[in-house]
Design a protein around this ligand. Structure first.
Ligand SMILES: [Zn+2]
Ligand SMILES: [Zn+2]
Length: 329
């Protein structure tokens, strides 16, 4: 039984007996006061964001509450004040503002102690342009990337200028080797199959003493992850408390007039099917993220969103906070 489950059980027992004071029961999700390490969702859209360029009829142009940023998240270590960003998206300006409002910090350039990048597709790294000379002009902001991604950034403009001007300091990662961010806080890159023109693609496993989380916004196929990398999403789900996984498309009816069988990304319907036989506890660990502008999960009140929740799965939301390690004092 993990600590998270003990806490849930304690909260449940406390609620049965109306206990509020005799033993402090941490809230779930934890407030910053009782939480040591926190994961905050800063964006749930696909690379191009919602609404997308050229889609003037999208209701999100008139209703900003329906707009979605490109997928991104922050990891906050409240004991040290260190904050890490996962992805540098084209929406990074608003996303960092959101993070500053939710969990402010003055540790490191822009209050950041590092940015972890999954791969070289626009929604995942192009926001780096805002740390350069024309904008924040940071000094030695650590950017964690895989070898091909490091090579790509250091040998192509405009990114190589960030390296030459020392706005960023590239930190090479090795697949399956944990990057240690604290005594009991690690981030481990896991390679996944994807359209790898300029870089390899990874997902990240974030681990504390209490829990583990997978951040995997882009993957071409669950089957290819098994055959090519010997990793199955079902196995990962068994020892991971939270899985934020690629939900680019809901199903194959999403792009009318296009044969979607040639378009990669596991459909949400396929991912749910894989877990049909799984217990509710496992299903509830899955959080869908990275919605294309055509995906009905972009709207939490759509019939498809209701279906996903009825089936026991979760839909990631901007501003969502998860406590990965509670304060022990
Ligand atoms: Zn993407
Ligand atoms: Zn991609």
């Amino acid at each position: 039984v993990s600590l998270r489950h003990k806490i849930k059980l304690r909260a449940f027992i406390a609620s049965l007996f109306g206990i509020t004071a005799c033993s402090p029961v941490p809230e779930t999700p934890s407030s910053a006061a009782s939480c040591e390490v926190e994961f905050i969702v800063l964006g749930v859209g696909q690379d191009a964001g919602i609404p997308q360029i050229g889609n003037s009829d999208d209701p999100a142009w008139r209703n900003p509450a329906a707009a979605r940023f490109a997928s991104s998240a922050a990891l906050v270590d409240h004991t040290t004040g260190k904050r890490y960003l996962f992805e540098a998206t084209p929406d990074i300006r608003a996303q960092l503002k959101m993070l500053d409002d939710m969990a402010p910090s003055d540790v490191g350039p822009l209050g950041l102690s590092g940015i972890f990048l999954t791969h070289a597709h626009i929604g995942h790294y192009a926001g780096l342009m805002f740390v350069g000379h024309e904008s924040a002009s940071t000094r030695d902001l650590p950017v964690y990337a895989m070898p091909r991604m490091v090579n790509y950034l250091s040998s192509n403009g405009p990114w190589d200028q960030l390296v030459r001007y020392q706005n960023i300091s590239l930190q090479g990662m090795v697949a399956d080797q944990p990057v240690r961010l604290g005594e009991a806080l690690t981030v481990t890159p896991m390679k996944v199959p994807h359209r790898d023109e300029y870089s390899e693609t990874v997902g990240f496993r974030i681990e504390t003493a209490e829990s583990a989380l997978l951040f995997l916004p882009d993957i071409d196929s669950w089957a290819r992850w098994e055959t090519e990398y010997d990793t199955s999403i079902e196995t990962v789900a068994r020892d991971t408390d939270y899985l934020f996984v690629d939900a680019t498309f809901f199903d194959n009816n999403e792009l009318p007039g296009r044969d979607m069988s040639k378009i990669p990304h596991p459909r949400v319907t396929e991912t749910m099917e894989r877990f049909t036989e799984a217990p509710d506890d496992i299903k509830s660990r899955i959080h869908f993220i990275h919605f294309n502008h055509t995906n009905p999960l972009r709207d939490s009140t759509s019939a498809q969103s209701r279906l996903v929740r009825q089936n026991g799965f979760n839909i990631a939301a901007e501003g969502q906070r998860l406590c990965l390690a509670t304060r022990q004092d």
